[in-house]
Design a binder for this molecule. Sequence first.
Ligand code: ISL
Length: 534
Amino acid sequence: MEKWWKEQAVYQIYPMSYCDSNGDGMGDIPGIISKLPYIKSLGVGILWLSPVYRSPGEDNGYDISDYCDIDPKFGTLSDMDELIQKANALGLRIVMDLVINHTSDQHEWFQKSRRREAPYEDFYIWRDGNGKRPPNNWTSFFGGGAWAFDEVRGQWYLHLFAKGQPDLNYRNPAVIDAVERVMDFWLARGVSGFRCDVINLLWKDSLKNGFPKGALVGSEYYIGRPGCHELLQRFRREVLSKYDCFTVGETVLVSPRKARELTDPGRGELDMVFSFEHMNADCWLVKWLPRKFKPQRLFRSLVKWQKKLPWNAVYLENHDQPRSVSRFGDDSPASAKAILTLLLTLRGTPFVYQGEELGMTNFDFTSMDDIQDVESKNMVPTLKKLGLNDRRIFERMRKASRDNARTPMQWTPGPEGGFTTGTPWIKVNGNHVTINAETEEQDPDSVLNWFRTLMAYRNGSDVLKQGRFRLISREKDWIKIERRLGDERVIVAVNWSSKPVKLPLVGYPVLSTHGTKQLDCQLQPWEAVLIEEK
Ligand code: ISL
């Protein structure tokens, strides 16, 4: 029997945008509880919740001001306990987001640290400036410099993300202890693991000036440093190993070699990582520099990672990425089904993001005023400096803004897509009248029902869950792969285009997005098929 997290698919919920139970326009935990039967019906086994901790919400919860409490906009600790208990009763496990590279500047630790109160003086990375200038030339992931001056303390602090997200100082053993207590708090309450935010950035080797060219100045001193590996091993030894749980690390700019190290069971660090290379299939390293999407590029990267790691997390969407059907498909339900087919038949633990199972698309906003995301807003001055005018900046936002994934879940064709009875915190996509769970539920050919069919097949197939991966062929607009376990094989072929394609393929599909019963070297536009061979 494989580990449970290798057998089941994960469904990611972005709580702000999932389901609002009290009409305040903001999704909440009781809303999630009310949707547990729906989630169960998808065939997934694990729910990952983006942060629900107390937070001022500068980065939608990724800026935490109390790790051991729930933000009132989402509910209470007892709502959370109820969610864990009701999910478990349905055979669903809950995984929380662990954001420990930084806290919010509203966290008590930071408030005390800026006043130099013991024992918090060195909880963060404080330095004197270079005259009036910051201590070094590092830049932030969200644009601009990575240092902010604090008037109260009279020193600068490091923030690799927003100004309200000061980085914790892992050279201080008290920080490590405090973080371990947080993990223990949630595991003891019944959560089954963590998705660890930007976990390969925890350890800063030095604070020297970084190589001044490139997107992330200073990153050579803090991405995947040996100190980070040691920390992860310590977390495993001291806390995680005492529970039946897993961790998946979000690892920025990770190479396959590094990912292997991080997930090597012998080293005891993480169980899986999220890599980013395949997210560059439509951009040049950073998403603000778009290039035309080519299926080949996506295939190449996915296949490379399939080959290089014995096991890993597989994903095409999350709360930071535009919708896969808009970037890798053509917004059509047919393309959504084809894309989901590849996602769910690769080797590894699949991660599905809320609405992906419906074929939800990028937002239909018409101006910057509709955008809420701190990263998008902070990027505007940087894009202006690159010479882009307002119209072109908004064009980039339409392609790349994280808000593309954050519009509310589309439940019904009714007002606000059934997400809230109030005014949603962010606009609902107008296409909810056709793309929504209620309508799709009734349509046997919907993306939702294809997703369920595929999940049911996957759950019953040891070949898909455990089998080896082999690429048979990848062409300009189609891919054919094999999964094999013992003598059993499943062949998966996907036409990644809106034209019919000819390919070497004969047989009787067990599943076809187009209901095809017998194949003759041809796939319909966006058709995906699974063929069993024994
Ligand atoms: O979203 C990105 C690119 O647009 C990434 O650079 C992202 O910021 C990076 O992957 C880290 O993401 C994680 O940490 C951030 C948070 O804003 C993201 O939502 C989270 O997934 C800071 O906590």
